[in-house]
Design a protein around this ligand. Structure first.
Ligand code: A2P
Length: 346
């Protein structure tokens, strides 16, 4: 049997990590193809010891491709994913374009893999900040039902893609050379600063990133009774998002019980020993697969509350790894097929 896999957006920060993750995990593709915009056509991207030649993404390229993992921005996904599904190619999409579409499952394999069974050709990968939060909340919600989540994020510039990484690098260099740093990507300087602003502002004065955390969490848990409120901040860190998460549960969970539950949870690593100064930090989680949780303690201001500090590599578990895990789960469940090729063309 053959299995041809495409990475769309292969020259980007996440696309490169997707190729690396596919190779590292020995994803059983018989052929891997790399796509990006016309700007990069003909250039090379690494795939293990080899290099792939980047092809230009066009509407008619998907014939003969079984599975495409997209990370080329929402506009590209909105336009091209329906053409892929129409050609019988299953899409795992990392952008926000399809996440809230009722036809598309929104999946974190440790949390709701069963949602894949109903897929119709396009599967959405959640927002990076949502993924690392729900992986940790899952066992706590199962055990005690979470009524409310209050989350504040500290998000790395790689979440903006390669251009975010370059902006921080350039501004740090400019400042050390007494040059005025230019803001090309963010509205203000990100070097040695914190921006309480990720993605665009909405009518309710929340940002789109904050509302993604609210709405995606409900969809993933398939439970509108979980109320989430979020504040998302961009910090001058290259890789890994950190989150301060406060939860209020129906039933009491002690910090000790939470530590035990979390240490048994798939995809989670408890790193929590205040006496030994053990707590997760972005600088020490880069390139790691697990979502790290520490600073686990009871919220003494309410009856049933917990505080948690969660860190994960946003490019890896927050994007590339989660997408590849979805692809693995599709294979395992024999779901690499599009039942009705016209669902997204109507
Ligand atoms: P390209 O390098 O040719 O612009 P990042 O998130 O790191 O900025 O990466 C975005 C990825 O999406 C890149 O691989 C980029 O390719 C790709 N991309 C952006 N716009 C398009 C498009 N219209 N068609 C195909 N790929 C695109």
């Amino acid at each position: 049997d053959t299995l041809t896999v495409a990475v769309v957006g292969a020259t980007g920060a996440v696309g490169r990590e997707m190729l690396k993750t596919l190779h590292e995990r020995q994803f059983p593709a018989t052929k891997v193809r790399a796509f990006a915009s016309a700007r990069s056509a003909g250039s090379k991207v690494p795939f293990g010891e080899e290099e792939l030649t980047v092809e230009e993404l066009k509407e008619d390229v998907f014939d003969g491709i079984d599975l495409a993992i997209f990370s080329a921005g929402g506009g590209t996904s909105a336009k091209f994913a329906p053409h892929a599904a129409h050609a019988g190619c299953v899409v795992v999409d990392n952008s926000a374009a399809w996440r809230m579409d009722e036809r598309c499952p929104l999946v974190v394999p440790e949390v709701n893999p069963e949602a894949l069974e109903e897929h119709q050709g396009i599967i959405a990968n959640p927002n990076c900040s949502t993924i690392q939060m729900v992986v940790v909340l899952k066992p706590l919600h199962d055990a005690a039902h979470i009524n409310r989540v209050v989350v504040s994020t500290y998000q790395a510039v790689s979440g903006t893609g390669q251009k975010g990484i370059e902006e921080l690098e350039r501004q740090v260099r400019d400042l050390f050379n007494a040059r005025d740093p230019e803001n090309k990507v963010y509205p203000y300087r990100i070097a040695f600063n914190v921006l309480p602003h990720i993605d665009v502002f909405l009518d309710n004065d929340y940002t789109k990133e904050e509302m993604k955390m609210v709405n995606e969490t409900v969809k993933i848990f398939d439970d509108p009774s979980i109320k989430v409120t979020a504040t998302c901040a961009r910090v001058p860190v290259f890789f890994c998002h950190a989150e301060s998460v406060n939860i209020e549960t129906e039933k009491k969970i002690t910090a000790k019980e939470a530590r035990i539950m979390l240490s048994q949870a798939p995809g989670v690593k408890v790193f929590d020993n205040p006496r030994e100064l053990m707590y997760p930090m972005p600088a020490y989680c880069i390139g790691d697969d697990p979502t790290f949780v520490g600073r686990i303690r009871e919220d003494e201001s309410i009856e049933n509350g917990l505080n948690l500090w969660i860190v994960a590599d946003n490019v890896r578990k927050g994007a590339a790894l989660n997408a590849v895990q979805i692809a693995e789960e599709l294979l395992k469940r024999d779901l690499v097929r599009v039942p009705d090729k016209n669902v997204f063309m109507r």
